[in-house]
Design a protein around this ligand. Structure first.
Ligand SMILES: Cc1ncc(COP(=O)(O)O)c(C=O)c1O
Length: 330
């Protein structure tokens, strides 16, 4: 475990003592959501694109302890990092204790300017918890440079590690402020540092061996090379989809030279937008064309999100583009 934590700490640019190995991002998010001593009336600022695995622990705290949840509506697409930071800053109140946001959202795949948000929050005395479930392995990460207080990940996604593996970063100064969610021996042994949060009874060590193997494989290719390939493929999607006025890419700026808001996920929605739960429209036609070509997609009429991993083949993307073009012609 020490070897694994050392390798992960080097990968994420933090100290081993700040890193707990948990089972997934949902667990990491819950350790933070349930582990901080907030009072009724204290406020939490989230975005409107949080995954249930990052949002529901706060909903439970609201129902159970009277916390108030506020939400920033993320622009689709964002115009600039400054615009996003300003939205967060304007939504702060004197009772805001923590900002909780996804580094890369599950809904659209937009990359949020994590360092700028954390810097702004720190200057205001507000904590930050970043849900990096989709970020680890999709974009290179440097947690110390980011300046977040807490950061959770699910390496079973883009690092292709076994399911049941996750990480939680806790900034060193905050280690003793966080209560454990699952208490057993050593629950108050602060000498364990972040390892206190990995102490939850007998668990599955074999997947940890798998996580180390996945990380070794990833490092053998290199985070920067992997990002370059994944983003190159995503850029093909962004550029091809942007050619069609019936749809709009919602996580990439209209400026084709701007690459800051998308990594390896590209999402698009119909123009004009369809109501939530709609079952018709241009994206439904694209979904039908995909089905006819045996391309399986989740979702449909409201939004389509494409993920380009290193194993995605350009020929697969071309098959999808054919479906898009046939759907939009029809
Ligand atoms: C941003 C975000 N947070 C949390 C999760 C939940 O991940 P897990 O099931 O690995 O805990 C996801 C899954 O897609 C996600 O995208």
């Amino acid at each position: 475990m020490r070897e694994l934590r050392d390798a992960l700490a080097a990968f994420l640019h933090c100290k081993r003592d700040e890193l707990a190995i948990v089972r997934n991002a949902t667990e990491a998010n819950n350790v933070v959501g349930n582990g901080l001593d907030f009072q009724a009336g204290d406020e939490v600022l989230l975005t409107d694109q949080e995954h249930p695995g990052g949002r529901c622990c706060w909903e439970q705290r609201a129902a159970r302890h009277g916390l108030k949840l506020n939400t920033v509506a993320l622009p689709k697409p964002p115009a600039s990092a400054a615009q996003i930071v300003e939205l967060f800053e304007r939504a702060l109140t004197p009772r805001t204790k923590i900002i909780v946001f996804s580094h890369i959202t599950t809904v659209t795949g937009v990359i949020l300017p994590a360092k700028q948000i954390c810097t702004m929050a720190r200057a205001k005395g507000v904590l930050t918890h970043v849900d990096g479930a989709h970020a680890i392995g999709q974009i290179p990460l440097d947690l110390h440079d980011m300046g977040c207080d807490f950061y959770g990940t699910s390496p079973h996604k883009w690092v292709m590690a076994p399911k049941g593996t996750g990480t939680l970063y806790v900034r060193e100064e905050l280690l003793e402020r966080l209560w454990v969610n699952i208490a057993t021996t050593n629950w108050r042994n602060f000498d364990l540092k972040a390892y206190r949060f990995s102490t939850f009874g007998t668990s599955n060590l074999s997947v940890m061996v798998g996580l180390k193997a996945a990380l070794d494989f990833f490092q053998q290719i290199g985070a920067e090379r992997i990002y370059a390939r994944q983003h190159q493929l995503a850029t093909l999607v962004r550029d091809r989809i942007s050619m069609h006025p019936q749809v709009k890419v919602v996580n990439a700026s209209a400026d084709a030279k701007n690459h800051e808001f998308f990594g390896a996920l590209v999402s698009f929605e119909p123009v004009p937008a369809v109501p939530a739960g709609a079952t018709t429209g241009p994206l439904k036609k694209i979904a039908d064309e995909c089905a006819a070509r045996n391309i399986r997609i989740a979702g449909g009429a409201e939004r389509i999100r494409i993920a380009t991993n290193i194993f995605t083949l350009p020929t697969e993307l071309n098959a999808f583009f054919d479906a898009v073009e046939a759907g939009l012609r029809g």
